[in-house]
Design a protein around this ligand. Structure first.
Ligand code: GAL
Length: 355
């Protein structure tokens, strides 16, 4: 019995020694495995290739990745494709990237209520997805812990757009300049983005209700969708200007391109009034129009902050590293950048900031 115990204890010691050596070797190997990847493949799928705001985001993404490549010496393959506003095309693009073993997909959905196909494929392949700008519905996003969303809080943009307007209306002199017919009510037209987009719905309702809640009286003359697009807004505004040749005192647009399109139309038709015009985003053209006092204000939508956050997250996922501490998550999967007000008084700061 004793002998047997002795035998076991010796072999136990040998086993422990072998285990220790193996553990050492495995640790060595695995530290090689966790050594930084040589290449990270990131695919960016946008809903459309002609959207000014989205294009400025992808510009910052490209710039970030070129910079990161230099810093870390890890090759970053960044493929950016547009879906020409077709969810079917985007689903196919996602399938291709997943098949080609891209590490992460960054998806700007065409139809934010239709993320199922992309999520199903990504989950089956274990490919994380960072959605951005067009927020998927919560049931979709909560299906897997490797699904994220980067964007901004639509309500805040509506509130700040209203603040630009109510700040102006609170000054009696400005009020009487805007209220040309002097009836105490501001006659306005609304140019909306796309039907069903969270930013369209929320910006429109929150902006007008916040103005009314501050005690100002509004009268809506017209409300048109122009799909975030300058030319469509110009055409819609021409029709509105023809319909209301002397009445339009204010133009509220869900984004800057549409605000600028409205201004194009007013200029083209020599509109006799000079309506107060506000947009959202803070695009380069809008900043210039604010600086030259043509556009009355905008709400800064942080294309650079969102683009760089998406890239930081994609890179961390692709290299199996934790997310940088600087990224603040809501419910572990949402990241929202703050909006801010841009008017003539502070526009120079935004022009200098290279946003
Ligand atoms: C909004 C932006 C619009 C348009 C849209 C696309 O956040 O303000 O200009 O880019 O996203 O989804």
């Amino acid at each position: 019995m004793k002998k047997i115990r002795h035998y076991y204890s010796r072999s136990l010691i040998r086993l422990m020694a072998v285990t220790a050596v193996a553990a050492f070797l495995i640790a060595g190997c695995s530290s090689q495995n966790t050594a930084p990847a040589k290449e990270v493949k990131i695919a960016v799928l946008t809903y459309d290739e002609y959207d000014t705001f989205i294009n400025s985001m992808t510009k910052y993404m490209t710039r970030w990745s070129r910079q990161k490549e230099k810093e870390d010496g890890i090759r970053i393959t960044l493929d950016i494709v547009g879906a020409k506003k077709s969810q079917i095309t985007q689903n196919e693009q996602a399938r291709k990237f997943i098949t080609e073993k891209y590490d992460v997909l960054c998806v700007n959905l065409v139809d934010r209520t239709d993320a199922t196909v992309i999520i199903d494929r990504a989950m089956a392949a274990g490919t994380p997805v960072i959605f951005f700008n067009r927020e998927p519905v919560e049931e979709d996003l909560s299906r897997w812990d490797k699904l994220y969303y980067v964007g901004a809080i639509a309500r805040q943009s509506g509130e700040l757009q209203a603040k630009i307007i109510t700040d102006a209306l609170s000054d009696p002199e400005t009020f009487s300049k805007i209220d040309v017919n002097g009836n105490g009510t501001i006659q306005y037209v609304m140019l909306e983005g796309e039907a069903g987009h969270q930013d369209t719905l929320v910006r429109t309702n929150v902006c007008t209700s916040s103005i009314v809640n501050k005690g100002f009286s509004l009268e809506k003359l017209g409300d048109e969708y122009a799909n975030w697009d300058r030319d469509q807004a110009r055409a819609k505004m021409r029709e509105l200007a023809d319909r209301y040749p002397f009445q339009i005192e204010m133009v509220i647009a869900n984004n800057d391109d549409m605000a600028l399109g409205a201004m194009d139309a007013l200029e083209e038709c020599d509109y006799p009034l000079d309506p107060f015009v506000v947009g959202i985003n803070g695009t380069q053209d809008a900043l210039e129009a604010i600086r030259t006092m043509k556009l009355d204000g905008s709400v800064f939508n942080d294309a650079r902050g969102q683009g760089e956050t998406i890239m930081e997250m994609a890179y961390s996922l692709g290299t199996d590293r934790p997310f940088p501490k600087s990224i603040e998550f809501t419910f572990d999967k949402y990241v929202f950048t703050p909006y801010s007000i841009i008017t003539y008084d502070n526009v120079q700061r935004y022009i200098n900031a290279d946003n």
